[in-house]
Design a protein around this ligand. Structure first.
Ligand SMILES: [Zn+2]
Length: 353
């Protein structure tokens, strides 16, 4: 009797234990556009270029790893709308150091220093210093090392430290950990954390430009940045990057800067031909997404921005443009996956709920 009741109790405990064990949480990934403005102008309140990739599982709402790609103007404000503070960003990656992709970084780094000096350093991943054909050097390393210099010189850092000695003496650069790589024509792993792996490939836009891919058990996303074709003007098979296409094979989501054909030199926009040709055209991106079998194409960094009468100093022939004006061109490419014509905070969850 004693043995039997003990046995029954054991079975009951085991059964209850199994019932209480959390179900295997499904992995998930969320991709959000933190800014969709193309180029330096401030337009209609749009934030500067950036994409946030979150990964986790259903138990933490896909929010265990937070990777920021580029950080244009207003990035911290968009992140705040997504409930992500500068202290919670796991790593930041730069496609290139054009100011419209980096203007929000000083703000992010300053806030991280101010409130999270005791926390983990923020990994900053970008290309090695590279010298252009014209002889100037583009240095992500210097951008990072000097990101807080204005506030060091103005006395802001010393004043804040006098209020809280745990703030690190060198200012924002002290909370950053830079990891550079030499972009090459073959994809290379540049960062990883557990199941999340980030690889990079060289792409053409300005010297030192790189495109990234994030692979997770929930899905994969490619961040093309401002990549264009190595052949920098027509005639060419496509305005898109052959390297990005290789990197993106089998990816679920492609996020890419885009140029509308209406801005072309044949349409009297006034945009210099080389500025026009160094971006990927919207129709060519549709064709690329179709060839690689992507499920989603997220167009961002729209040139021209939606609703804009002018794109910086340039006219918008036939504009202002709506999302339909972009969708029409993608449709002609034959891509029949989901197309997002980017607005700030546009989001795709993968897999969808
Ligand atoms: Zn750009």
């Amino acid at each position: 009797m004693g043995f039997l009741s003990g046995f029954v109790r054991m079975l009951l405990t085991l059964g209850l234990g199994l019932l209480l064990m959390p179900a295997q949480a499904a992995p998930c990934m969320i991709v959000s556009l933190t800014g969709t403005q193309s180029g330096p102008p401030a337009v209609n309140g749009l934030a500067g270029a950036g994409t946030l990739v979150r990964y986790g599982d259903d138990n933490n709402d896909c929010n265990a790893v937070r990777l920021q790609f580029d950080a244009g103007r207003g990035t911290t404000m968009r992140l705040s709308q997504l409930g992500v503070s500068p202290g919670q960003v796991t790593a930041i990656f730069f496609t290139h150091v054009h100011s419209d992709h980096a203007d929000g970084f000083a703000d992010l780094a300053q806030l991280r220093w101010n409130f999270n000096s005791n926390g983990p350093k923020l990994d900053v991943v970008c290309a090695d210093d590279m010298t252009s054909a014209l002889g100037f050097t583009l240095s992500c390393r210097n951008l990072v090392a000097h990101i807080g210099d204005a506030y060091l010189k103005s006395g802001e850092i010393a004043q804040r430290r006098s209020e809280d000695k745990s703030r690190l003496p060198g200012g924002p650069a002290d909370v950053l950990s830079i990891k550079t790589f030499l972009p090459t024509n073959d994809a290379q792993g540049v960062w990883s954390l557990g199941e999340v792996k980030v690889s990079a490939i060289r792409s053409t836009h300005i010297t030192g430009h790189a495109s990234y891919r994030v692979d997770t058990p929930a899905g994969s996303v490619v961040i093309g940045g401002d990549a264009g074709n190595d052949v920098t003007s027509p005639p060419r098979a496509s305005s898109t990057s052959a390297q990005v296409e290789r990197l993106a094979q089998g990816a679920d989501i492609v996020v890419h800067s885009t140029m509308h054909p209406a801005m072309g030199p044949d349409r009297d926009s006034g945009m210099p031909a080389d500025v026009f040709h160094r971006q990927s055209l919207v129709g060519d991106l549709g064709a690329l997404a179709k060839r690689i079998g992507a499920k989603h194409l997220m167009l961002t960094h729209l040139a021209p921005p939606l609703g804009a009468l002018r794109h910086g100093p340039y006219k918008v022939p036939g504009g202002p443009f709506t999302q339909a004006d972009y969708l029409k061109v993608v449709a002609e490419s034959g891509f029949n996956g989901n197309v997002v014509v980017g607005t700030d905070l546009a989001t795709i969850r993968f897999p969808s709920k």
